[in-house]
Design a protein around this ligand. Sequence first.
Ligand code: HSE
Length: 298
Amino acid sequence: MGTDQIRVRVPATSANLGAGFDVFGIALGFPADIIEVQKSEKTEIEIMGIGREHIPTDPRKNTAGIVANALGKTVKITIHRSIPLSSGLGSSAAPAAGVAVALNWMYDLGLSNDELVQLAAHGEKAASGVEHADNVAPAICGGFTIVHKNKVISLMPENIGIVAVHPDIVVSTRTARALLPKSIRLEDVSFNTGSAASMVVGMMKYDIRLIGESMDNRVIEQARSGLIMGYSQVRKSALDAGASGITISGSGPTMIAVCRMDEREKIAQAMIQAFRDNQVKSEAFITTIGKGAEILQK
Ligand code: HSE
């Protein structure tokens, strides 16, 4: 604590997991961004790595800069990006989460994880227009997270195979949210409540089959699936190859499948091939549920 410079590793995240819209999230083992924060006379942001040309460096518009401003701290922030932009893998959440964690340490602020998540969600609003905390929560806490009433509940399920396939399609969270219906049928609420409840039990029991089956959901997925070329074929290919379940990661276009650890490679290949059959290039992240933000250097 009390240091002038710090580096934080912040993981990619996947929100919703089907029925847990704006509530559930998981941290992925990789990819991850590295966020460097250094005390400075004024707040400046430098971005390196993939998609840098599309991200604002004005601290009032950048998710990380907004977090620093909210705490009244002036710092130089360098973001080394590996999480693809507008992918549904929490690329705007990671810098906000990283700066919140870094400043808490550097200035010995004593903020709790719940407070850090709220602060980072405030930064996340710059990207999506809404303070949804389902990406920043797992980015900070790791594991599987539930955000409810400004509090975070987290679990660390082990040996859950994750295959996240990111197609070369750009979907902004703002656009994907604008597609959502304003009201939903009561029977769909019931269905989603069942999926959400069984998802939590699946995560508690490390039950890959139950987690996968609980990814089935109504409303959000139907509304967004049209943004993802090849959605139905990719979904079918993953299930045929042995995935327990599959859904859209966050606001998409990444599709995320849950499976046994030893089946990940085969499922990734099947999903990539299904995108290719739809003339869409894609990349796979073969990983598992991982830890949250880590301070690398104090
Ligand atoms: N819950 C958010 C959404 C996550 O689905 O819009 C965005 O990654």
